[in-house]
Design a protein around this ligand. Sequence first.
Ligand code: PRP
Length: 285
Amino acid sequence: MSKLKIAVQKSGRLHNDSMKILKGIGISIDNGKDQLKASARNFPIEVFYLRNGDIPQYLRDGVVDAAIIGENVLIEKGNDITIVEKLGFSKCRVSIAIPKSSKYKAFSDLSGKRIATSYPNTVKQYFKKNGINLNLHIINGSVEIAPNIGLADAICDIVSSGSTLFKNNLKEVEVLFRSEAVLASSPFINDEKQQILDKIKFRFQSVLKGRQSKYILLNAPNDKLQDIINILPGMKSPTVLPLAKKGWSSVHSVLNKNEFWDIIDELKLNGAQGILVCPIEKLVI
Ligand code: PRP
């Protein structure tokens, strides 16, 4: 049986979380990232550790069948590559920043200003779309230093925590787009490998749904049971089991973590007691 070749970032902000999500779907990788490639003991894949910026071309050429990569890299270098699934980690923004002391009212203020970036295609497209003149300076690293050394008036780079901008006395003035890690596939993937990729996608979805959800158990007096059941969304409907104590039931359900606190408050108001909330490792619907 042939193996799916999947690229992950060799080093950098996506590497650890990429390996963690592969482990989370039960794929055990044999070798470390000192090797160019590693195989899995229990799943038909080979992992290729590659430089971030090279991955779109490897996908395009069919050298690898799939990749875990930042959307920002695909937007810059691989607009033609298919995104199979968003993975919810390594979230960042691709933004324009200017010195804190500079005045800024509107995007048109950047017309003709020198913009330093390692995202030239992204910046060109954004300026063109907005009909603004661009004076581009392409540099490959330490972009945030450019305004301080007089090389540029503004920069375009990824912003995550914002601490690099802060340290360099810059302020974020335009968000070009938001990015996160994604699973992407090569246009040349064959049917057999597509089936392996579909399995990986399904397992990723189970992990992601699990991360989005919480398992909740609570005790409810039977006379309040219906009110409490009405509050809980549940998957089909909540599980209700009798407690040893007469007149009480145990209610089990699954909540979306974004609605979680609002629902807990309502449950308490409606007489729920002993509320227990647990993480969910995987959720298959
Ligand atoms: C990126 C980016 C910024 C920094 C922003 O660099 O180029 O310098 O992260 O992150 P922050 O908002 O959390 O400070 P990264 O460390 O990923 O390495 P790179 O220079 O190779 O892109």
